[in-house]
Structure formats: structure tokens, C-alpha cells
Design a protein around this ligand. Structure first.
Ligand code: CDP
Length: 783
């Protein structure tokens, strides 16, 4: 790839983020900043019970409160056949409860009032009579014969959502029978929440005169949401405009369609005025977009030298009351079958059972490519258990089993074709950076003195960029993505895509791709996303798919433009196209470097001096169907010290070596890694949403659900290797979620390593000081 000048700012330049100017001045434009004339406000009445029959709803007192305009119940929606809506996983979900409620904080009625406070006050006055039903919280009990039946709406009279399996069971079982060593771990990936800075919300504006519905939405996938609104609401799709303005973090939380959106639309259709609905923080934490809740058992068969022979995985997936997260149709357990990770397993078998419980719908891909985080955690944990069983160094075990660089593209036993990788190189850089040998010595000395120090390794492989249309779709819509570039007569450009940034810096990096491909300075390229009336159709941003899909589409569209630009240049230079050579920003006649035309001159000619036979203008669109996913990887090493008196864990060092192929903007990538590591740190040590036996959600406020601040967050040391993707137009792989995928195992492995000489094999996340202190107490070490 030709390096562009700093002035052009193409690939590899750490240019500052264009969008930050408005963000740091407080001039971002979020959904709650949208204020329209005559706008009114909606507020949800929510169930205090996790499972209860709805006996009656009395709205009389609420309606009498001055300022209240309407109260919508499930029965009202049922009249319009809108009480239930389809989910993005071929299930259905109640918009507003009818018959019964299935989780605490479920949506029961929608109050609309002239202002937000009146709506909230009136919601308190809605009298709902419930009759409590037995509650199912433990997913392990969901399939018991005496388990309460949750989803009475289904023909299947049980709580099972799906059973999914992949791999060769017979060959895997045989390998286990013949194995010298079998190691096993039961690991929980606890229910957690992305807790984005901005909660979910919308402003729905139905214009009765034009019959056009405009919805400002906290949406990671505006086009997909437009199509769902059209299908559910029966509104012609051309009359729906979804605008996703600035988004304050998504992390998967803003992919599903939530009842609040539908109610705001219904209210606007009914009242003929714009309706705003914005979740409170607690509503966000209690009812929308939970992640993980995977109860996983992994076994690894190996010979006595540590060469792995087979992997067997059995997992229970708790999806809550509705299977509402977006999953590619063919993959009910997402991309969990990447669970053989970075290792050359001859055989593997993986099965997942999805069940309903009385919890808010879960299963979203929290900074994660559809369950890859759970998979990476599991394999990196069980490899450490195997190393411990074999009394082998976990680094040596990993190195012995890495898929060698020469074996890529590599076919995994669970069906994936890894595009490229060099795991030994990433591991070596991480070991050298952290000073592994010296750390091992230090640890041995500390152990002699009774001090607790641990080193945790994670050599993860990711799978991002969903996905090839032949196997990836959501509700039948293929998972391609798009870019449209228009070059203006003065050589500046606008670029629109089907993805939608939520803080990842797309306005900068897509401009850099155009700069690289066309030589138009990145500062001259305006990037716009999120308006379905203007952007080409796409499936949105989640699962680190933007660079592999829309990033690729941007390069392909730019290349189409360059082809046309070449024709125009040949005309202007009175040369044949074959005689022209390209360097970023201009075409020159070979051997006559003075004879050249810049992209700006060519753009002007495209509108003012058009070659005969060519269409005017300089623009192109590309819908990119990736031939494969991309497989970023890395090695992370955490070093922890544990205080015996309090159980407190200090992450002394954390080295993160990532490989996401060719990098567009190293500064943005580093920022992505810092953010993802911080989230991984929080998941490993601080965050969990649990439920008591009555289904009351614990952790539904920031008092209980902890978000790390700069005080707790460790210092991150980052490094990189570069193994380009062979099939991506500019060799890039996605990166946004890698740090969140790879880091939890490094943290947990470090803590377990610090305690392994005491016989500790595994501790479930979040590893709180209290948990560690109890272990130390049991071992008689607290003093
Ligand atoms: O889909 P999402 O934007 O969340 O994830 P991504 O494709 O991994 O990109 C995250 C950010 O990192 C974007 O601004 C990308 O353009 C940037 N990136 C990069 O500069 N180089 C890469 N090889 C991958 C991503």
C-alpha cells in the first residue's frame, strides 16, 4: 500500500478525530437533544413482579392528572394487532403486557403527557392488579418437569428456545476416551450490561398531512429498524425515515427494537404530534439489552506432553423472557463455535441450549461478535486449567498448540476458515514487553515469602465482520454493508454508509480510506451515517463489522471512482489509459512526471469538461459482501498482586498486543483498545446483574452495578503485530471488540495463577475482593 502524505492523511496516519470538535464542546446532537414544536413525552409503567398474571389495569386516576394526553395498554395495542412484535431472532416479544408479565420492569402501559414529569407522575397513578406466579430464575431449572411454563403463547409447552450443536460428536468422544489427560472447567460468563453513556430513546414524529413517519432513534442499525417498523406497523417503508444522530455508546445495547420505540410511534400516530421517550438509567439497566449469561462447561483432551486432541463444550444460554437480541439466523448461539480459539484441535464438539427465564431479554453482543467473548473466555480459561493439571507453563502449552502461521487459511473443526494469523509473533512481543521470565522469578520468590502474585495469559482469536451473505442474515436480510461516495466539482467529497458510529470515530476513519484510495485529503471528505433517507441500505454497526464491511465498501466504491477518474485523466492529458500511473492524488503519464492531473482537476472536469461518451459526475456506490469474516487476534498478559488481608486485587501491569491487520488510524485503534480493556476489566472484577429468588433484579442502578473510573482503571501498555487479512480490500480486520473479548480471561487467569499453588482452579467473574478474601479465609491465609 502506498503511504500517503500527512496532508492527504490516508491509511496509517494518527489524525485527530473530526467528530471530537463538537463532542468536546458539548455540541453533539443526541436523540434527547431533538426538540420539536408541540412535542409530548412518554413514560413506561413497568411491572414490579417477575412473573404475574395481569388481573386489571385501571388508568382512571392517571388520566385525570392535568397534562396527561393518553395512556396506552397492551389491550389497546392488541386491537391494532400490535401487542406483540417480532424480535430480530425469530421470536416475538410483548410490546405492552397482555395476560401476564414475564420479568421485573417489563413494559405494562405507556403514559403520554405534555411534559416528562407529568408523564412520570401519571405512571405512578396507573393501578395494576397482579396475581403472582411461580418465578423461574435459575436457567438450570428451566427444563425441569416442574418448572413454571413461561411462554404460554407458544405451541411448545416448555421453556426451551433452541438446541444447537456443531462438530463431530462421535470423533470427539472417541478422542476423549483415548486421551491421557482430560481437563475440565465450569465457567460462568455472568449476565452483565453494556451501560452506555446515553440510554436508549427516540422521538417519533408522524406527520398526518404527509403520512410520513420520522423517528430519531438511538439505533446501531437504522435501516434494519426502518424495515422492522414497516413490517410491524404496516407503514410503507418509503414513508419511514429513521435518523440515528450522535449515539453515546451502543455496545450492542442499541441493536434490538424496544417496546418504548413502538409505543412512541403508536402514540405519535394516534395523537398526531411528536412523542419523545427516553429511558432513565435504571430502566436501561433493568430492562434493555443484557449480555452474556452463558453457563459453560469445557473439557479438553490432551496427551501427557500437552498436545491437545479434542475439545467438548456444553453450554446453557439464559435469554430471559424473550429471545430478542439480534443473531444471524443460522447461528442461534452466535459465533460461539469459535471456541477452539487459537489452537489446533483435531476434533471438537459444541452444543448450546437456549432457555427462557423470568428475566429481561438478554443475549446481546456486548462489544462482541455474537458470543465470541464467551467463547474466548472459555477456551483461554480451560487452557490454563489444562496447564495447571499438567504442571506446565501456560505459555509453553499455548505455544505448543498454536495454529502455526504457515497453516493459514486454517480450517477449524467447528467450521470456520481463519483468514490469517501469526500467534507466535504476538505472544513473543507480549512476553518480551512484559518481561515474562523475570516475572516468573519474582513470583517464585514472592511465593516463598507468602506473597500472592499472579500472571495471566490470554491468546485469543476473534471472528468479526459478519458476514458473507451466503451464511449471514438477520431476519432474512443479508449481512452485506455499503458505501456511497460523491466527489464534488471542487474535489471535496461526501461519503455515506450503511453503518453507524456510536463513538468509534467513523467520520475520521472512513475519510481516511477515501483519502488513501483517491488522494483527496481526509479533511475534505465529509462522512455521514445514520439517516435512512440519504445513506445506502446497510445492516449497521455492531460486532466490529464496520471496517470489514463498510470500510471495504468504501475502498471498493473509491476504486470505481478511480477507474472513471482515469478515463477523465486520459482525456485531459490526451494519453491512453494504459500510459497512466497513479499515485495518491494524481494520475501522471508514465515517463513524463510533469504531465499529470490531480484528482481535484479531474473532479472539476467530471462536471465541466466531460469526455465524449462518459456520464457526467464522479460518484459510486458499493454493496460489499465480504467473502469471509476476518480473524483478528492478540496476546494479553495481566500481572496482579493480591492483598491477603483484604482480598483486594491490584492489576500491576497489563500488556495488550493486538493484530487487526492493516490499521487505518493507529490513534483511534489505541483508543478502542483502551476502552475495550476498561470494559473487560469491569466485567472481570466489578459487574454482574443477578436476581433474587423472586426475580428482583439486583444491580439495577449504578449504586450496585459498578462502572470503573480513572481511579480503578489500570494503566494499559499496548503493542501490535500486523498480519493483513488476505481477502479484505486493504488488508484490515475489525478491532473494536478485541480488547473486551480477550481481556477477561487474562484477568481471571492472573488471579487464579496467584492462588493456584493453594489448589484454586477457577473463580467465576466478577472476581471481587470479597470472593478472594473468602477463598483466602478458607485456606487460613487472612491472618
Ligand atoms: O464496527 P466498529 O466500528 O465498532 O468496529 P471496527 O470496525 O473494529 O472499528 C472501530 C474503529 O477502529 C473504527 O473507527 C475503525 O475505522 C478503526 N479501525 C482502524 O483504524 N483500523 C482497523 N484495522 C480496524 C478498525
Amino acid at each position: 500500500m502506498q503511504k500517503t502524505s500527512a496532508e492527504i492523511g490516508g491509511m496509517g496516519h494518527p489524525i485527530k478525530r473530526k467528530e471530537d470538535g463538537r463532542f468536546i464542546q458539548g455540541k453533539g446532537n443526541y436523540v434527547d437533544d431533538v426538540n420539536l414544536p408541540g412535542m409530548v413525552y412518554g413514560h413506561m409503567v413497568r411491572s414490579p413482579y417477575a412473573h404475574a398474571r395481569l388481573k386489571s389495569i385501571n388508568t382512571e386516576a392517571a388520566k385525570k392528572l392535568p397534562g396527561v394526553l393518553a395512556i396506552i395498554t397492551g389491550e389497546d395495542l392488541a386491537k391494532a394487532n400490535l401487542a406483540w412484535m417480532p424480535t430480530l431472532s425469530y421470536d416475538k416479544q410483548m410490546v405492552l403486557a397482555t395476560g401476564k408479565v414475564l420479568f421485573q420492569a417489563q413494559e405494562v402501559a405507556f403514559v403520554v403527557a405534555e411534559d416528562r414529569y407529568t408523564a412520570a407522575d401519571a405512571a405512578e397513578l396507573v393501578e395494576v392488579e397482579y396475581e403472582e406466579l411461580p418465578v423461574l430464575v435459575d436457567p438450570h431449572k428451566a427444563m425441569d418437569a416442574d418448572a413454571p411454563l413461561l411462554r404460554e403463547d407458544r405451541t411448545e409447552k416448555n421453556n426451551k428456545i433452541f438446541h444447537w450443536e456443531v462438530g463431530d460428536k462421535a470423533a470427539t468422544d472417541k478422542a476423549f476416551k483415548e486421551a491421557a489427560v482430560v481437563s475440565k472447567v465450569y465457567a460462568l460468563s455472568p449476565r452483565c450490561h453494556p451501560a452506555p453513556l446515553e440510554t436508549c430513546g427516540c422521538v417519533a414524529d408522524f406527520n398526518k398531512a404527509t403520512e410520513k413517519l420520522t423517528v430519531w432513534l438511538t439505533s446501531q442499525a437504522p435501516h434494519a429498524h426502518r424495515t422492522v417498523f414497516a413490517l410491524v406497523g404496516g407503514i410503507p417503508e418509503q414513508n419511514i425515515r429513521v435518523i440515528s444522530p450522535d449515539i453515546g455508546g451502543g455496545f450492542g445495547n442499541k441493536v434490538p427494537v424496544y417496546p418504548g420505540y413502538v409505543c412512541a410511534v403508536v402514540a405519535s400516530l394516534t395523537l398526531g404530534v411528536p412523542v419523545k421517550w427516553i429511558e432513565t438509567r435504571s430502566e436501561n439497566l433493568q430492562s434493555t439489552g443484557f449480555a452474556r449469561d452463558y453457563h459453560m462447561t469445557a473439557e479438553v483432551a490432551a496427551d501427557k506432553d500437552g498436545k491437545v486432541k479434542a475439545m467438548r463444550v456444553k453450554t446453557l444460554a439464559d435469554h430471559g423472557a424473550f429471545n430478542a437480541a439480534a443473531q444471524p439466523t443460522k447461528f442461534p448461539a452466535g459465533l460461539f463455535s469459535i471456541c477452539t480459539g487459537s489452537y489446533e484441535f483435531p476434533q471438537a464438539f459444541c452444543e448450546v441450549d437456549g432457555v427462557y427465564t423470568n428475566k429481561a431479554p438478554g443475549g446481546i453482543a456486548y462489544r462482541c461478535s455474537f458470543r465470541v467473548t464467551e467463547a474466548a473466555y472459555l477456551i483461554e480459561r480451560v487452557m490454563d486449567v489444562l496447564a495447571d493439571d499438567l504442571k506446565m507453563d501456560p505459555v509453553e502449552l499455548r505455544q505448543k498448540n498454536f495454529i502455526p502461521a504457515a497453516k493459514f487459511p486454517y480450517q477449524s473443526p467447528l467450521g470456520w476458515t481463519y483468514d490469517s494469523g501469526d500467534y507466535h509473533a504476538a505472544m513473543k512481543l507480549a512476553l518480551d514487553t512484559v518481561g515474562y521470565d523475570a516475572l516468573l522469578k519474582e513470583q517464585a520468590e514472592k511465593r516463598k515469602k507468602g506473597e500472592l502474585m499472579g500472571i495471566g495469559i490470554s491468546s485469543f482469536t476473534e471472528i468479526v465482520g459478519a458476514g458473507p451473505a451466503h451464511s449471514f442474515d438477520i431476519l432474512g436480510i443479508k449481512m452485506f454493508d455499503s458505501a456511497e461516495i460523491r466527489v464534488h466539482p471542487t474535489g471535496k467529497a461526501i461519503c455515506r454508509m450503511g453503518t453507524k458510529s456510536q463513538g468509534q470515530g467513523h467520520e475520521t476513519t472512513y475519510a481516511q480510506i477515501v483519502a488513501q484510495e483517491l488522494g483527496i485529503p481526509a479533511k475534505d471528505v465529509q462522512v455521514e451515517e445514520g439517516d435512512t433517507d440519504t445513506a445506502p441500505y446497510g445492516l449497521g454497526t455492531y460486532a466490529s463489522r464496520s471496517t470489514p464491511t463498510s470500510g471495504a465498501a468504501t475502498a471498493m466504491a473509491a476504486r470505481k471512482i478511480r477507474e472513471k477518474a482515469k478515463k477523465i485523466a486520459a482525456f485531459l492529458l490526451e494519453a491512453s489509459e494504459e500510459d497512466l500511473e497513479w499515485e495518491p492524488g494524481k494520475f501522471s503519464v508514465k515517463g513524463a512526471p510533469g504531465k499529470s492531473k490531480t484528482i481535484q482537476e479531474i473532479a472539476f472536469a467530471a462536471y465541466t469538461n466531460i469526455p465524449p461518451g462518459l456520464e457526467a459526475g464522479l460518484e459510486a456506490v458499493n454493496y460489499y459482501d465480504p467473502p469471509n469474516l476476518t480473524f483478528p487476534f492478540g496476546t494479553y498478559i495481566a500481572v496482579v498482586d493480591i492483598d491477603k488481608g483484604t482480598g483486594e486485587i491490584k492489576v500491576r501491569r497489563f500488556v495488550a498486543v493486538d493484530d487487526c491487520g492493516n490499521i487505518i488510524n493507529p490513534m483511534i485503534v489505541e483508543g478502542q483498545i483502551h476502552g475495550g480493556l476498561t470494559e473487560g476489566f469491569a466485567i472481570a472484577f466489578m459487574q454482574e446483574i443477578t436476581y433474587d429468588e423472586s426475580g428482583n433484579v439486583q444491580g439495577g442502578t449504578f449504586m450496585d452495578y459498578l462502572v470503573p473510573t480513572a481511579v480503578e482503571t489500570p494503566h494499559w501498555e499496548t503493542g501490535k503485530t500486523t498480519t493483513p487479512s488476505p481477502h479484505h480490500p486493504f488488508g484490515a480486520k475489525g478491532v473494536g471488540e478485541s480488547p473486551n473479548v480477550g481481556s477477561p480471561a487474562a484477568f481471571v487467569n492472573a488471579v487464579v495463577d496467584a492462588l493456584s499453588h493453594l489448589g484454586v482452579k477457577h473463580i467465576d467473574m466478577p472476581i471481587t475482593p470479597w470472593k478472594v478474601w473468602n477463598i483466602l479465609k478458607e485456606k487460613g491465609l487472612t491472618g
